[in-house]
Design a protein around this ligand. Structure first.
Ligand SMILES: *Cc1c(COP(=O)(O)O)cnc(C)c1O
Length: 228
């Protein structure tokens, strides 16, 4: 087994272990392999081990890899910042977008989504702590954006995505993820199709899973340091 292959097994075991510890089912947690700045070869290796969800942050780089790999059963997730002039490529190439934070971008994607594809799955990125430098919709605006989202064609609203303030403290990580879970639970009460809470990265995986994450986005712990 290569180092990378054993990283996947290790991570799957770790998710299982954390799930056991906080009384959750590992099958309710999807592992999104964040492959930004890693080669198509590395993606192929994980694909052969059965990994099907991959996350990318840079449109040009991602589209090239999607073409090179040409695997129709990979689910590609876009998780990076979105500029208006890139929405068409995103609408054409991805089955999920986690980083929606404003209506204008979403309207373009709704119009540009090719009709032969299923509606694109959307998470609204929430800037929980109102951090000035961070993307995301502020918590007070989430409800309004949700109301607008459900009216659009070719869009399936699935939930919210969180990147919490950076901290090494488990307690602080858990605090932010608990807040995210509360917001998620509230949204689910009025929107039956919402089933996704996208949170947890290499450094805060455990707190995220214990707070109820349904998709964890892992790059470094799987692939090592980014290559370019
Ligand atoms: C890069 C990235 C990740 C993965 O981060 P790691 O720390 O490498 O696990 C997760 N989510 C988003 C939005 C990212 O940009």
């Amino acid at each position: 087994m290569t180092a990378q292959q054993s990283s996947l097994v290790k991570l799957q075991n770790q998710i299982q272990h954390i799930a056991d510890k906080c009384h959750r089912q590992a099958k309710d947690i999807t592992l999104l392999a964040v492959s930004k700045k890693h080669s198509a070869n590395k993606i192929q290796t994980l694909y052969q081990q059965g990994q099907r969800d991959f996350g990318e942050s840079y449109v040009q780089e991602a589209v090239q890899k999607i073409k090179d790999l040409n695997q129709p059963d990979i689910s590609w997730h876009f998780i990076g910042p979105i500029q208006s002039n890139k929405t068409r490529l995103i609408a054409e190439n991805f089955s999920w977008i986690h980083s929606i934070d404003r209506l204008k971008i979403l309207q373009r994607i709704s119009e540009q989504r090719p009709h032969h594809l299923k509606p694109v799955n959307i998470c609204i990125q929430v800037n929980l702590a109102n951090e000035a430098q961070k993307a995301g919709c502020v918590p007070e605006k989430v409800n309004e954006l949700v109301q607008q989202t459900v009216l659009l064609d070719n869009i399936a609203l699935r939930g919210i995505m969180i990147i919490p303030p950076k901290t090494n403290s488990y307690q602080e990580q858990k605090h932010w993820f608990d807040q995210a879970h509360k917001l998620y639970t509230n949204l689910r009460q009025s929107h039956a199709n919402i089933d996704t809470l996208s949170m947890g990265m290499s450094a805060d995986l455990e707190a995220a899973i214990c707070a109820g994450s349904t998709i964890v986005r892992i790059g470094t712990a799987l692939f090592g340091p980014r290559e370019y």
